[in-house]
Design a binder for this molecule. Sequence first.
Ligand SMILES: [Zn+2]
Length: 340
Amino acid sequence: MQVQTAQPRQEQGRFVISLDFEINWGVRDQQTLTQYGANLLGVRQAIPAMLALFEEFQLRVTWATVGLLFFGNKADMLAHLPTVRPEYADTNLSPYLALEQVGEDEATDSYHFGSSLIAQIRRTPGQEMATHTFCHYYCLERGQTATSFRADLEAAVRVAQEQGMELRSLVFPRNQYNAEYLTVCQELGITSYRGNENSWIYKERSEEQQSLYKRGARLLDAYVSLSGHNCHSLQQIARQFPYNIPASRFLRPWSGQLQALESLRLRRILSGMTHAARHGQVFHLWWHPHNFGVNIPQNMAVLRRIAKHYQHLHTTYGMQSQSMGDMAAELQGHAPVTAN
Ligand SMILES: [Zn+2]
């Protein structure tokens, strides 16, 4: 039997998944619980289902988690809030002005606490606990400053450390990437962040600058290629520190209304993964657990197709599953940082 020579590691494609774990902290300023509550409650079924699948397919995943979710009860949450807080021109953006909506503990308020889910994530092999800032912080909104951003990230790092976790990877809420804040990130131990897709339709913007036209273009891009595959080489990623591991594609939730287009959406993701595997590049897929909070069987079926495709690309091209922390550690020449 002929023994195949393994490809050099640099040539192997990488499959990165990052999840923005936020429950209501990520949507509270845009949607009411009446509108979106079912999705948020469904996170408690969706996360165990995703974790089982990640374990089955040995997928290493980055969970960019809002710091406010790390608590089991309100007293503990209030004791850990930063003293310097963002003073957004649009006060609706600040969760600190809406704390009266938070219940006493996770058992009575499923929307604002995540302690038990974080414990499940930590128990699953290959999962990386990362940060989505402490308060779902908006880095491009008017009124907030680098000082309040630092206080926010310090609060996130502190609570994670108290619970025995080191945060290394960051996802900017609403993808409001702010280059001026990277120094703060680096000083607080962050080694990588998820940059935006490299196309004008994904360029970071504050909420008031988002146009409907651009939102429409992003929707269309999920089905047909407007922006290309958005894959990147490790050499490109290694150029700056903290490393920018850019998003390739947002995994849109399954849609009954757009069912006819579902196969196009899946094909677009699978072909991007294949492109990365063949060219030794990085394909970075992301979504929020609450996107899977309704239509869970349909969403999980899509995820299983993606995982099976990864398995095929792993066997055929040696593609590797890596968390953001794994990739940053590799680029820095260290062993993977995830606990498992
Ligand atoms: Zn978010």
